[in-house]
Write a protein that binds this ligand. Structure first.
Ligand code: ADP
Length: 619
């Protein structure tokens, strides 16, 4: 009997697969087990209506023979007829037209392999010959399909029971790949556990162990755990079961803040078991933190780190998602552009968000605990991509505020804004204590305005991107001009500025290399000076950016002077007597720098100036 050729496209795809060294060859086993499991499903389904068909003892067996260099995978599922073998195993690219270009690079190969339902054919990554012996249920003849890269043939064969036996003749080791790893039973067992642990049917292997008398014995053992916890009904599960699963899978022994076990039916059906941890992993904000979200399809492991399933700003979530209907034509390898994945992501994001919203509303204590750990992530999410996701996240943000030194939401802040208040005030610093000591907050607090304390370096960036909440613009108390002076206050300060124009110009002159402007302010009460920046880039933002970019940006510095302070009055009289005020001007600037938490440019010159002053005062 003549060997039949694979269709041209299938042949090219096969060649690609057999030769692409970067493809993950481990997955062949998962593909074959998944096919076997589908075949068992089909048999089980038929048995529901046909009492002649038995459905007890459905199982999958896997053997490896090191001498013969074969792996055998046996199922007692529905089996395949001669036509099934011809039709199902004769072509790969069922979707048909695909134009192959010449000279694909390795990445393109992997992408192409990924685009097809390579399933059964992935076995050619590790085997150069495959035999499929099958007997379809309720038929009396069995057939043997034998395939190599050159083609395949189907002939009648002998087989007693229904189902399919697949024998892979494993390739010889090459320079790039040790194929004999697949003949090692421990390694195979590991792959089954990794990829197929939750297949509903027992996967049986001959596992070696040591008996009571110490002698080695080989026993048929079921190696998969079959029913995953997330597939079990909720009412059968106790808190301890979830806790056990969580701690053994994520090595986190703190109880998660939230455990979400749910099922969605409809267009995108899936079950999920998700956890919101109560403690941030140590490496969370470093590059080696990896999302721990696994994707399964009907109990078959598809991938780790399933970034496609959840928005980056929720990457603290751990768990598993098991989809009932990920399209099987689409490779299990590459799913990014799959609209089913997009629908899953939308649904999962929504679930996480609503869980957090509920926690914020009903269990503030837990939410604050959560926010202490992962709040920065949400703030960063609101800022990232120029604020593309800010509307999703803004109501999940909380900040410590001057109101009661407690966390407040923006909604709460806005709801108790004073009648004449137009903006949302914030101040930023390394700690709440440091912020509270800022002289520029004194008057604002006296006037009874609430201030948000920004202590994370992302906060100001985020406020810039958020721009406003409910139409109320975010306004730094350390930047630009403030707009809460009364008309009288405004006129008074303008008059003072005019009266002292010469002095201010003189100070400006003395500090021209150091600051962009010098002006009088109503912002201060007990302090003589403060340093503010223009709207836009703040000193803290400058610090953060320079830590990443090394000295690329500079915030505009403005020295503000309190005209009601004794020091200003004294300076004025010294100036009027015609004395030099250079050192005094610089000292005022240096004080302002210290208050703002900025480093002095020349600490030695500073201490000399102070020492001279002390000597003058003491003599
Ligand atoms: P897919 O599983 O994505 O359909 P495959 O190339 O893996 O693609 O398999 C092609 C078809 O061959 C399957 O749809 C199924 O009908 C049939 N098949 C494969 N393995 C088995 C098996 N062990 N028992 C019965 N049918 C099988």
């Amino acid at each position: 009997m003549a060997i039949k050729q694979f269709k041209t496209e299938s042949k090219r795809l096969l060649d690609l697969m057999a030769n692409s060294i970067y493809t993950n060859t481990d997955i062949f086993l998962r593909e074959l087990i998944s096919n076997a499991s589908d075949a068992l499903d089909k048999r089980y389904f038929l048995s529901l209506t046909d009492t002649n068909i038995k459905s007890e003892d459905l199982k999958i067996k896997i053997y490896a023979d090191k001498k013969e260099k074969t792996i055998t995978i046996i199922d007692n599922g529905i089996g395949m007829s001669k036509e099934d073998l011809e039709n199902n195993l004769g072509t790969i690219a069922k979707s048909g037209s695909f134009e192959f270009k010449e000279n694909l690079d390795e990445k393109e190969k992997v992408d192409i392999i990924g685009q097809f339902g390579v399933g059964f054919y992935s076995a050619f990554m590790v085997a150069d010959k495959i035999e499929v012996l099958s007997k379809k249920i309720n038929e009396d003849k069995a057939y043997l399909w034998t395939g190599t890269l050159d083609g395949y043939e189907v002939k009648q064969a002998k087989k007693d029971d229904f189902g399919t036996t697949i024998i892979l003749y494993i390739k010889d080791n090459s320079k790039e790949k040790k194929y004999d790893q697949y003949l090692n039973i421990d390694n195979l067992e590991m792959l089954v556990k990794k990829y197929s642990d939750f297949i509903r049917y027992p996967i049986i292997m001959n596992i070696e162990s040591y008996g009571e008398n110490g002698a080695k014995e080989t026993k048929e053992t079921t190696v998969n755990s079959m029913v995953p916890i997330w597939k079990k009904p909720k009412k059968e599960l106790k808190d301890e079961d979830y806790q056990m699963f969580y701690s053994t899978n994520y090595y986190d022994f703190e109880k998660p803040l939230s455990t979400l076990h749910y099922k969605v039916e409809g267009n995108t059906s899936y079950s999920a078991l998700l956890f919101i941890p109560s403690v941030r992993p140590l490496n969370y904000f470093s590059n080696d933190y990896k999302l721990d979200l696994k994707l399964y399809s009907k109990g078959v492991f598809i991938k780790d780190e399933a970034k496609e399933l959840i928005s980056d700003y929720f990457r603290f979530v751990r768990g598993v998602v098991d989809s009932d209907d990920l399209s099987l034509n689409i490779s299990r390898e590459i799913l990014q552009e799959n609209h089913q994945m997009a629908a899953l992501k939308k649904s999962i994001d929504k679930k996480i968000k609503s869980t957090l919203v509920k926690m914020l509303e009903n269990n503030r204590e837990d939410y604050e605990k959560f926010f202490e750990q992962f709040g920065q992530q949400l703030k960063f999410g609101a800022y990232d991509h120029y604020g593309a996701n800010k509307d999703e996240l803004v109501d999940l943000l909380i900040f410590k505020s001057s109101y009661e030194d407690k966390y407040v939401t923006l909604k709460e802040y806005v709801s108790r804004m004073k009648e004449d208040q137009k903006e949302i005030y914030f101040a930023s610093g390394p700690s709440i204590k440091a912020i509270k000591e800022l002289p520029e907050l004194e008057t604002v607090l006296d006037k009874g305005y609430e201030i948000l304390y920004f202590t994370d370096s992302v906060d100001e960036f985020m406020a810039n991107v958020l721009h406003d909440y409910d139409g109320k613009i975010f306004k730094s108390l350390q930047q630009g001009n403030l707009d809460f002076d009364t008309k009288e206050e405004k006129e008074k300060i303008e008059k003072k500025a005019k009266d002292n124009e010469d002095l201010i110009n003189k100070i400006k002159e003395e500090l021209k290399d150091k600051v962009n402007d010098v002006r009088l302010t109503n912002r201060l009460k007990s302090s003589a000076v403060c340093l503010v920046s223009d709207d836009g880039l703040s000193f803290n933002m400058e610090k953060t950016l320079n830590a990443i970019n090394q000295g690329a940006v500079k915030a505009n510095k403005i020295l503000e002077i309190n005209p009601n302070h004794e020091l200003f009055k004294a300076l004025n009289s010294v100036y009027k007597k015609g004395n030099d005020i250079k050192d005094y001007s610089i000292l005022l600037y240096e004080q302002a720098q210290l208050i703002a938490g900025l480093p002095l440019e020349d600490p030695i010159a500073y201490s000399k100036r102070v020492a001279d002053l002390m000597l003058k005062a003491m003599s």
